[in-house]
Design a protein around this ligand. Structure first.
Ligand code: NCD
Length: 331
């Protein structure tokens, strides 16, 4: 029989999984925080609270049953990969995890990112990608018909981390407007800093940037901050910000982005949050960190109730549950 005479078994209209869906996030790639406005952020945070409630009551649901997520990680990850996996599983979906062994996949045979993505989309409904090059998530998305979520593109952006950081600040302190937020550490290469800074420009906050000279915030981003009319200052010293800050956003110096390791050695211990430093901070402030930490927050700070970084870790799962549900059209 000539197959051309057969009627199609399925209506393939629904296969255009990236375009033309109703909710603003459904079917969309999540590449940069530039995509989010305040309404979308409010929507995600409301849904994240619902996800938290659901997990606390019953642990999991079948909202995304039948959906498959591919976690494609070309750089190391603990929290981002496992929270996406946990998020998908708590919503009843399944995961293809390529998080430990890209070296065992065909990437090691020289396959391009485009071909890898074109292959994985045949099996899945959404791809979560971490890759060392700036712009890689966009390049992957351009080659995919299913949504691609940027889980960190080199020193570029990390939009889902910024969502969970912002959610955590609001959840811990009850508001965003009026806060003074100090970002400390590697502001140059820290992609989480770049994404969170841009999101904060939607609110009436003041920003303090604390870093060694060579790790200052990129000029283009600083110009965005200034153009947004935000009260902003830069300093090399945590002492200048500790008394007034409502949030300390502490970050790791991104060793893997340095071409000259001697330079890394010079700045790696520039800042350390210790119990002594915390004594000078407000009583109702919080310390957060995208983690991993490698010495910039002393372990002895952990028992301080203002240390919110492990609560922040758990929020990552709730926020990613909300985002996955929205992107996959289960809003
Ligand atoms: C961050 C990252 O990978 O950019 N970690 C994370 O996703 N939680 C921060 C870092 O690696 O320092």
């Amino acid at each position: 029989m000539n197959p051309k005479t057969l009627e199609p078994l399925f209506n393939y209209d629904h296969m255009d999984r990236k375009n033309g869906r109703s909710n603003g996030l459904t079917g969309q790639d999540i590449l940069s925080v530039d995509q989010f406005d305040v309404d979308t952020l409010d929507y995600i945070f409301t849904r994240s609270c619902e996800m938290r409630e659901m997990v606390r009551r019953v642990g999991s649901t079948d909202l995304l049953r039948g959906n498959v997520l591919t976690a494609l990680f070309y750089e190391p990850s603990t929290r981002t990969s496992s929270s996406f996996i946990a998020a998908m599983e708590r919503l009843g979906g399944n995961v293809i995890p390529i998080t430990q062994g890209v070296q065992y996949s065909s990437v090691s045979k020289g396959e391009t990112l485009a071909d890898t993505v074109r292959t994985l989309e045949q099996y899945s409904d959404v791809i979560v990608l971490r890759h060392p090059e700036i712009g890689s998530a966009k390049a992957a998305a351009d080659n995919a018909t299913i949504p691609v979520i940027n889980a960190g593109d080199g020193a570029g952006e990390h939009p889902t981390q910024a969502l969970l950081d912002l959610f955590t600040i609001r959840d811990e302190l009850g508001r965003l407007d009026g806060l003074q937020i100090a970002m400390i550490g590697d502001l140059r290469y820290g992609r989480t800093v770049h994404s969170l800074t841009k999101l904060l420009l939607h609110y009436d906050v003041s920003l303090r940037f604390v870093s060694p000279e060579i790790l200052r915030l990129p000029l283009t981003l600083m110009n965005e901050v200034i153009d947004a009319g935000i009260d902003v200052r830069e300093t090399h010293d945590v002492a200048d910000v500790i008394e007034k800050a409502d949030v300390l956003y502490v970050t790791r110096v991104q060793k893997e982005r340095f071409s000259d390791l001697a330079q890394y050695e010079e700045v790696k211990d520039a800042h350390a949050i210790t119990p002594e430093v915390m004594k000078r901070a407000k009583e109702d402030m919080i310390v957060i960190h995208p983690l991993p930490r490698v010495g910039e927050i002393h372990y002895s700070v952990d028992k301080d109730p203002r240390a919110a970084y492990f609560r922040q870790v758990q929020n990552g799962m709730f926020v990613r549950m909300a985002l996955l549900a929205a992107v996959l059209g289960k809003a």
